[in-house]
Ligand binder design. Structure first.
Ligand SMILES: Cc1cc2nc3c(=O)[nH]c(=O)nc-3n(C[C@H](O)[C@H](O)[C@H](O)COP(=O)(O)OP(=O)(O)OC[C@H]3O[C@@H](n4cnc5c(N)ncnc54)[C@H](O)[C@@H]3O)c2cc1C
Length: 319
């Protein structure tokens, strides 16, 4: 039997004691460049500024997963419906998309043996409202327990006529090749290597191989008529996507964009893309309070301790 890698959802009870004792002010200090603030209003200010000052689009995300109480489900759903309203209030050409995670709307998560009760209905409600208001949504991809559920939900959205819904595919998973062949026609796809550590029986464990698959899968998706969101901070791979894959398939700039996380310092490169007229979008997470953001970030640090090093390196880079 293959041992299960800890999903970052399960970590509330298991967060490494060393990470648990890092003082909150320090977590906040490290997190600040990556979190747009502690309210929707602050996040929207960031979205507006990124667009106005740097020509960048955004996708909004609420740090809200790993919930345990029914009132948190309602709180997350209400917050997402407000995010849709806030996005719709912007002119169409500046409008952010909204990124949501299936585990944010259930107290019965699949990774803990639950049935995801309520999650599909909540996501359908958000996607439907977003569709009515002209806002695109992307359903983030979580650990492997969620893959079938997420893809099935996206198929349901497609059947319900919700053409504003896009998916995320993780190139590390062996199954992704087949998932591409079965994707609903024309669905928007964000391609990532995937952040969850998965075991070798279901996933690639070699990072360069995962990145090579980003190029291979991007080509296939473009050829199949999908809009591709190429999401990586690896500039060499973004260049290869733009200079090798796109010309090979022969599609225009209206068929793809580049995505990165808010706070990761790629300013010069993103400015270059802007000069070339290539669309770029940042994933902009925010929380409803700093306490919630800090809780979330502790889990991320536990899952991915190298982030502490990346953040430190990035601070020197910025200065
Ligand atoms: C817009 C966007 C949406 C995403 N959505 C999902 C999703 O739905 N599901 C999912 O599983 N994964 C998602 N991811 C995460 C993705 O799968 C990768 O784990 C992540 O992007 C790191 O891989 P990389 O391709 O950037 O390459 P890496 O080789 O990991 O990174 C390249 C370089 O970028 C820098 N860097 C990368 N990440 C960080 C960071 N967090 N902080 C500081 N510096 C960093 C480092 O300098 C690193 O050397 C998303 C990523 C992006 C950019």
């Amino acid at each position: 039997m293959v041992s299960e890698p800890a999903g970052w959802h399960d970590l509330r009870l298991h967060v490494n004691p060393l990470i648990r004792i890092i003082p909150a002010f320090m977590v906040r200090f490290f997190a600040k460049p990556y979190v747009a603030g502690d309210s929707l209003q602050r996040a929207m200010e960031v979205v507006g500024k990124l667009r106005k000052d740097r020509g960048l689009l955004s996708t909004l995300d609420l740090l809200a997963e790993d919930i345990q109480r029914p009132e948190q489900v309602q709180r997350n759903l209400d917050a997402y419906l407000q995010m849709v309203d806030a996005a719709a209030a912007m002119p169409a050409e500046d409008r952010p998309t909204v990124s949501l995670k299936p585990s944010s709307y259930t107290t019965s998560p699949l990774h803990a043996g639950g049935d995801a009760a309520g999650s599909r209905e909540a996501m359908m409600q958000i996607a439907k409202k977003a569709s009515e208001l002209g806002v695109d949504v992307s359903v983030d991809m979580e650990g492997h327990h969620w893959t079938d559920f997420t893809i099935e939900t996206l198929h349901e959205m497609h059947v319900a006529g919700l053409r504003n819904a896009g998916c995320v595919l993780q190139t590390r998973l062996h199954r992704t090749e087949k998932d591409i062949d079965e994707l609903p026609e024309g669905m928007r796809v964000r391609l990532v290597i995937g952040i969850y550590q998965e075991s070798s029986d279901i996933a690639q464990t070699d990072k360069p191989a995962m990145k090579d698959r980003m190029l291979e899968f991007a080509e296939r998706l473009l050829a199949r008529g999908h809009y591709v969101e190429f999401a990586t901070h690896d500039i060499a791979y973004v260049r290869r996507f733009l200079e090798e894959v796109v010309p090979r398939v022969g599609v225009g700039r209206d068929r793809y964009e580049v995505q990165m996380l808010y706070g990761v310092p790629r300013d010069r490169f993103l400015a270059d893309l802007r000069r070339q007229g290539i669309k770029a979008r940042l994933y902009v997470p925010f929380a409803l309070s700093w306490d919630l953001a800090i809780e979330y970030l502790r889990r991320r640090l536990d899952e991915y301790p190298a982030m502490m090093w990346l953040v430190t390196k990035n601070m020197f880079w910025r200065s």
